[in-house]
Design a protein around this ligand. Sequence first.
Ligand SMILES: [Zn+2]
Length: 59
Amino acid sequence: MKAVVCPFCEIVSDHPHETQAGCIEALQAEIIRTRQVLEHVTEPLRPPKITVEEDSSPV
Ligand SMILES: [Zn+2]
């Protein structure tokens, strides 16, 4: 499948949208798709564990 990023709405699809209506349609489809993905996520999203290395060397 050929994937292109629409220069107007920046949604990846198989072809760039030629009209604003095409972009809106793609945006709505993207929202539905995202909602379906989120519905399947059962665990809460947690921020990644960040380890800060302490710089103990004297300045
Ligand atoms: Zn578009």
